[in-house]
Design a protein around this ligand. Sequence first.
Ligand code: DX5
Ligand code: ZN
Length: 218
Amino acid sequence: MAIIAPSLLSADFTRMGEEVREIESAGAKVLHIDIMDGHFVPNLTFGYSMVKALRPLTDMVFDVHLMMTDPIDYIEDFAKAGADVITVHTECDSDLNECIDLIHKCGKKAGLSVKPKTAPEVLFNYLDRLEHILIMTVEPGFGGQSMMPECLAKIAPIKAECAARELRIPVMIDGGVNAANVRTAAEAGADMMVAGNAVFGAADRAEAFRRLSERSEI
Ligand code: DX5
Ligand code: ZN
C-alpha cells in the first residue's frame, strides 16, 4: 500500500485546524504542505507561520514542498516552524548541495523534486544525500489538475539507480492522483502519493483518504 499524503493546498482555508485533525483521524501519517512564492510558480499559498500554527495540532509528518526560486533563504524558517521533510526543486536558482546541507544541518530530511519536463537523471548526482524524491505529475502551481501519466515512467529509472547504489529513498508523486489512477501509479512504483483535490474535494475526507489508500495496494 502506498502512503497517501493529503495536500493542504486543497483544504478549506477557513478551517485548517479541523481539516488537519480530520485527516489524521482518518489515518493519514504525512501532510503535504505546498509553499509557492508567486515566482517559481504563478501562484501564492502560505508561509512558515501556517506550518508553525498547525504544528502543535498533529503528529503527522510535515512534508514541506518549496516551490520557490530561492528556497535557501527560507529553509531555516520552515525547519524552525516544524517541517520534517523539506523538498526543493532541481529547477530553482539556489545551489542544490547548499540546500541539502542546510536542511540536514537543521536536522530535517532533504528532498529534491523534478518538474514534468526535467529528466530523472538530474537527480542522480544527489541521490546519495537525499531522504526523499518528489516527481511532479502536473506542472506545479495549482491543485486539481489532471495527472500527466507519462511522468510515471520516471519512477523506474530512479528506483533502479537507487537499488544499484543500495539506497532506499521513498519516491513520491505529486499532482492529479485520484481513485481512478492511484493503482496505476502504485504499479509504476510510487511509494508515496500526494492527494489534494481527491481528499479535500470530497465531502467525506476520511472515506476518500481510505479509498485511495486501499486502491493503492498492489
Ligand atoms: C501542485 C502541488 C500539489 C497539489 C496537488 O503544484 O505541488 O501538491 O496540492 O493537488 P492535486 O492532488 O489536487 O493535484
Ligand atoms: Zn506539492
